[in-house]
Design a protein around this ligand. Structure first.
Ligand code: HPA
Length: 270
């Protein structure tokens, strides 16, 4: 993997991805952040050597380099999911590349279902800890020890300083920002009522199908990380309605301005 990482990184450096400080993974509910970035250069996933081959859905996926709030950022527009058929190593390969390009901080957003029923759809949740239910680890491969500590510490995977800043920004801007535990499942099917009950008993406040693999690799690489979920549906096992994807997307869009404020103000403060 080391040779591939070097090849991918030099391709991007030759395209002008110069010393970004911060990496951002734009999930559902943060796409419009791109409008705030002064774009310097970009590369389609399809053209980047050794990047996972993009699916139809991801054909417009790209890596973007530019300036946001005075900081050099590299942004993933579109992420890879295990439910699309990628391996955990594929899903997290871009994190290894962003680190090699120079980032010290990784910021992630996603959409999630609220398991904690005190949290309402359309609200945001700062991820304070997580439960990996992906069935494996992105670090479970031969040679991982050449890229970082195999037995990566997970006692504090989310950066406390950044989270304190996020909370202060939310308060100053009258944004409801819950804090909680995010459980990451494979999907793509939604959960059964019994699974929602299980997740609650396990201590999850929210559930989604992404983010944890990237956070594990970011910790493997000693990056500072933080992640925010937009809660798009309320997962009440005693009153569960059929999933409504249109409503999930609508909720994510509704919360987007708040998510953008949080990310912009945070980046300004870093
Ligand atoms: N489950 C899993 N992933 C999700 C959900 C959910 O309820 N809502 C949004 N992403």
């Amino acid at each position: 993997m080391i040779k591939q990482i070097e090849e991918t990184t030099s391709y991007l450096q030759n395209k002008g991805f110069e010393n970004p400080e911060i990496g951002i993974i734009l999930g559902t509910g943060l796409g419009q952040l791109l409008n705030e970035i002064e774009i310097i250069t970009e590369a389609s996933y399809n053209h980047i050597p050794n990047f996972p081959t993009a699916t139809v859905e991801l054909h417009k996926g790209k890596l973007i380099y530019g300036i946001l709030e005075g900081k050099k950022v590299v942004v993933m527009q579109g992420r890879f999911h295990v439910y699309e058929g990628y391996t955990l190593q594929d899903v997290t390969y871009p994190v290894r590349i962003m680190e090699k390009l120079g980032i010290k901080t990784l910021l992630v957003s996603n959409a999630a279902g609220a398991i904690n029923l005190n949290f309402k759809k359309g609200e945001l949740m700062l991820i304070e800890d997580h439960i990996n239910l992906q069935g494996s680890s992105p670090l479970a491969f031969k040679g991982v020890e050449l890229l970082g500590e195999r037995f990566t510490d997970m006692s504090a995977p989310y950066n406390a300083e950044i989270n304190t800043k996020f909370k202060a920004i939310a308060k100053a801007n009258n944004i409801t920002l819950h804090e909680g535990v995010y459980a990451s499942v494979v999907g793509p099917q939604l959960e059964t009522r019994a699974e929602y009950r299980m997740l609650k008993i396990m201590g999850a406040d929210a559930v989604g199908m992404s983010t944890v693999p990237e956070i594990i690799v970011a910790n493997h690489l000693n990056l500072k990380v933080a992640a925010v979920s937009v809660l798009t549906d309320e997962c009440d096992p005693n009153n569960l309605k059929p999933v409504n994807i249109a409503e999930i997307i609508e909720m994510a869009a509704k919360a987007e301005p708040n998510m953008i404020t949080l990310f912009k103000e945070l980046i300004k403060s870093l």
